[in-house]
Write a protein that binds this ligand. Structure first.
Ligand SMILES: [Zn+2]
Length: 392
């Protein structure tokens, strides 16, 4: 049942609280990219100064105690759950207990990125400029294999040495085609915050392969929530700081919006293929995540969206406008996230536009495909190793 437009929370863009959250989130992302959120020095980046001014003003209007400085605003972002900030926001816009910076590392949380890309002028913080450059260049040269190889590289190798950066474009008979130059823009020297200083090494996460960050308490931290939800950090490959011309890390917007969902997309695709569907990943130079064709000819456009905020996700819920034909559009979330946030679907429903994709858990999608292909109910191979990582 579609909701009537009138009951939708139309106040979103006009809400002062929403503007403030976007502004603070953008500032935190910018700070983490420039000076770091630990060592702040004047002059502050423009976004940071603006966010501080906005917050002080909002506090004065609401007769609350304002932060006296940028370090105090950073402390709020790190320790003060958003539901305790002096803000007026639409219902369900904020999940109680959520933070903009991670307490162990002061890196922006995934939620912080979700707020930052909600802002109108957020293209620079998102994956879009880079991914559209990649698809345009490959399309011009009619080189769809290069586009596929590029997506795989971003998912499987978020860390490269300088030597890799130089040699990869000509490896595999030029599998990356016209994208060699782009690699130098999107892989940047690994930030010092990831370096284990005593041994002069960087360590990759054994699960998602991005770099782990040493914490103030002597532990190691992965930015990906699914990796942290496991019992312990799994250490992966070690890189010596100076070997092969130095260590480069894929920039965060691409790790956040391409690599992390990509891991889930590849696994989901394998599962769907084993269930009897035909799957094409990133069809038509990435018009959408995957095209799934069932034996009866029905086609689905599927996108994997592992977002933490159902309100922010709901606001963006639109169907792909280009790419190969599909009958239904489905947005998939990990079943674990829907279990953990019981109101996720209800809040998503409340914020989504009228014509928007269906929301399903990965498990529901696989089950419905198995039903359609007659491969029987899900279950017998549920212990399959690759699935213990993220799916179900
Ligand atoms: Zn990880």
């Amino acid at each position: 049942m579609h909701h009537d437009q009138a009951v939708r929370p139309v106040s979103w863009p006009e809400s002062e609280g929403i503007r403030l959250l976007r502004s603070v989130a953008t500032a935190m992302v910018r700070l983490s990219e420039t000076t770091g959120t630990e060592s702040l020095s004047r002059p502050y980046p423009e976004e940071a100064q603006q966010a501080l001014n906005h917050t002080v003003l909002a506090c004065l209007l609401l007769k609350a105690q304002p932060p006296v400085s940028l370090p105090e605003l950073v402390a709020w972002a790190t320790h003060r759950p958003l539901n305790d900030w002096p803000l007026t926001v639409p219902a369900d816009a904020i999940r109680p207990g959520s933070l903009l910076l991670d307490e162990a590392t002061r890196q922006p949380t995934q939620l912080c990125y979700e707020w930052a890309v909600d802002a109108e002028d957020s293209a620079a913080l998102s994956e879009q400029p880079f991914m559209s450059t990649a698809s345009t260049r490959c399309r011009e040269e009619e080189h769809s294999e290069a586009y596929q190889a590029f997506r795989c590289l971003l998912i499987r190798r978020p860390v490269l040495t300088h030597r890799d950066l130089v040699t990869l474009p000509s490896a595999d008979d030029g599998a990356l085609g016209p994208l060699g130059e782009l690699l130098h823009e999107i892989y940047q020297p690994a930030p010092a915050a990831y370096l284990q200083r005593k041994r002069r090494i960087y360590t990759a996460c054994g699960r998602c392969r991005t770099l782990l960050q040493p914490t103030t308490k002597g532990g190691m931290w992965c930015e990906r929530q699914t990796c942290r939800n496991r019992d312990s950090v799994r250490m992966g490959r070690e890189y010596r700081a100076d070997d092969d011309g130095g260590v480069h890390l894929l920039i965060r917007p691409l790790r956040q919006w391409v690599s992390a969902p990509g891991i889930l997309e590849e696994r989901l695709a394998r599962r769907l293929v084993r269930s009897g569907a035909d799957v094409e990943l990133w069809p038509d130079y990435g018009a959408y995540s995957m095209r799934v064709r069932l034996p009866d000819g029905t086609t689905l456009a599927v996108e994997h969206k592992d977002w933490t905020s159902p309100a922010l996700l709901g606001r963006r819920a639109t169907q792909p406008l280009s790419g190969p034909h599909y009958d239904r559009c489905v947005w998939v979330l990990p079943a674990a996230r829907l279990r953990e946030q019981r109101r996720f679907r209800a809040i998503f429903e409340r914020y989504r536009p009228a014509a928007s994709p269906e929301l399903m858990s990965d498990r529901e999608l696989v089950d419905s495909v198995r039903k359609a292909t007659g491969s029987g109910p899900w279950g017998e191979d549920a212990t399959d190793n690759e699935l213990t990582e993220g799916l179900f």
